[in-house]
Write a protein that binds this ligand. Structure first.
Ligand code: SAH
Ligand code: SF4
Ligand code: F3S
Length: 473
């Protein structure tokens, strides 16, 4: 999630580690007070940091990437796995040092870990001044004022309505080409392993017209790709209060795609149980709706899926995969996979491996199970798979997925794709990077007269498990 708005695809396939904090920065600070913000976790969190930045800018703060010169240090946190929380605590040690050198600096914890630990945070981390949950960012100016007076500021109220629909996010660290648009917040599913329903609250859908307006504005400002974000985008539903007209996710996709044929539309994440044929038809029928679906399976075994409360089984998921390839043969599908969930046997793990081959995922985000306090799994099941076994299974999953990714990518050699240029490649300023509709990153030598935001045709010459290399034609 995630450009210097990097996307999931950019994430290194590390073993059970969240992305390093991305530091947001905008050139041209106007003087006055400065804030520094670091974000961890999913795209939703990165998107939220842009909402926070917008609220702070209204309050007169400008962004900086220099910790030492900041008056306000914020860390937007993730609770999804234990390691994610460990990373945050390590960063807080660093912030403590800055604060000791420069008393008066305010340190605030935002996001999912703030929501999970609430005021307990203040006991555990003495130098933290603010604890603000994902639905309370409008309250930041007031809470900062409280902290300025030497008091602690806490707001972890979870809302049933808040969607920040009227706030125009400050696009921090953006490449000017692709942007995120949040369309739902929260999650009403209760996957037994997952902390998100507790940290983000009930699912709510944002006003469809505000989503289209944001996409229209982004297009006018030169952006050429939007990613519609939600924990479960396919369950998007919004009713126009005046006409009582209902907008489903498929309808919303088409509304955003209609903004301009040159605006690419992506979306994440799709829960397999909620993605409908209507959505698949929209992907098939609109050239600018990308042929890429992130469809996390979590496990390939029906008993484990039942324990995970995913509400589908192996056969049902396979039928969904079949349907996608039947309707959209050139669609790329990716996944999230958890190794070593409670009571998983070796045979059941083999079912996950065979699912990777069956679904022919272009890529996956792979983790070993990390028990989260308060979740259904923590209450009901024993976390009984030894760490060494979890790691071994995860290694096997990563190994197989890399092999499948390489094969999938090698099939692209010789093909020509329409690529949206995102910027310079990481390795060389002589090369551009960009993506095709399947969300595959393609690196190719620059040709004069082209710039980020342009669509070009690129013929693929080489492929690894992670990237394609080619030349413009
Ligand atoms: N809403 C998305 C997932 C959000 S969390 C969905 O339903 O697909 C991103 C991924 O983190 C999950 O898909 C899952 O694979 C992983 N994850 C969540 N909780 C976890 C846990 N307790 N241990 C390990 N991985 C976990
Ligand atoms: Fe977590 Fe499941 Fe909701 Fe995804 S759908 S956020 S995994 S509870
Ligand atoms: Fe992490 Fe919260 Fe996202 S727990 S994955 S930042 S919704």
């Amino acid at each position: 999630m995630y450009n210097d708005n990097p996307t999931l695809k950019d994430l290194p396939k590390k073993i059970d580690e969240t992305k390093q904090g991305e530091v947001y920065f905008t050139e041209g600070t106007k003087g006055g007070k400065k804030f520094y913000i670091e974000s961890y976790g999913c795209q939703m969190n990165f998107s939220d940091s842009e909402i926070v930045a917008s609220i702070l800018a209204e309050t007169g703060y400008s962004p900086t990437r220099n910790l030492e010169e900041s008056d306000l240090i914020l860390i937007n946190t993730c609770s999804i796995r234990e390691k994610a929380e460990d990373t945050v605590r390590k960063r807080l040690r660093i912030f403590d040092k800055v604060k000791t050198k420069k008393p008066g600096t305010i340190v605030g914890v935002l996001g999912c870990m703030a929501e999970r630990l609430k005021a307990k945070f203040l006991d555990q981390e003495k130098l933290v001044d603010l604890v603000v949950g994902p639905d309370a960012y409008r309250d930041l100016p007031k809470l900062i004022a409280t902290a300025d007076e030497g008091e602690k500021g806490v707001n972890v109220f979870l809302s049933r309505e808040e969607t920040y629909a009227d706030i125009s996010p400050l696009r921090l660290g953006s490449n000017g080409v692709s942007a995120f648009i949040s369309i739902t917040r929260g999650c009403d599913n209760m996957c037994s392993f997952c902390v998100v329903p507790f940290t983000r609250g009930r699912e709510r859908s944002r006003n469809a017209f505000s989503i289209v307006a944001e996409a229209t504005d982004l297009y006018a400002r030169g952006y050429r790709e939007v990613t519609l974000l939600g924990q479960n985008v396919d369950s998007y539903k919004w009713e126009n209060p005046e006409t009582k007209e209902k907008v489903s996710f498929a309808t919303l996709l088409k509304m955003v795609a209609a903004v301009h044929p040159d605006l690419r539309v992506r979306f994440s994440t799709s829960h397999p149980k909620d993605i409908t044929d209507e959505v698949l038809f929209a992907i098939r029928d609109y050239e600018n709706i990308c042929k890429y679906i992130h469809l996390p399976v979590q496990s390939g075994n029906s008993r484990i899926l039942e324990l995970m409360n995913r509400t589908y089984d192996r056969e049902w998921y396979k039928a969904k995969i079949d349907r996608i390839y039947e309707l959209i043969p050139d669609c790329a599908i990716s996944s999230d996979i958890i190794a070593g969930f409670c009571s998983e046997t070796e045979e059941e793990h083999q079912d996950t491996l065979s699912m990777i081959t069956y679904a022919n995922y272009s890529t996956s985000y792979m983790f070993y199970y990390s028990e989260r306090p308060g979740t259904l799994a923590a209450k009901k099941y024993e976390d009984d798979i030894p760490l060494a076994t979890k790691k071994k299974r995860l290694q096997e999953i990563i190994y197989l997925q890399n092999d499948v990714s390489r094969k999938v990518n090698q099939q692209d050699i010789g093909k020509t794709f329409k690529v949206l240029i995102e910027g310079d490649s990481k390795k060389s300023d002589q090369d551009f990077k960009g993506r095709n509709t399947q969300n595959k990153m393609i690196i190719f030598p620059k040709v004069a007269g082209h710039q980020p935001g342009d669509y070009v045709q690129v013929k693929v010459k080489e492929a690894t498990s992670a990237t394609l290399k080619g030349e413009m034609v």
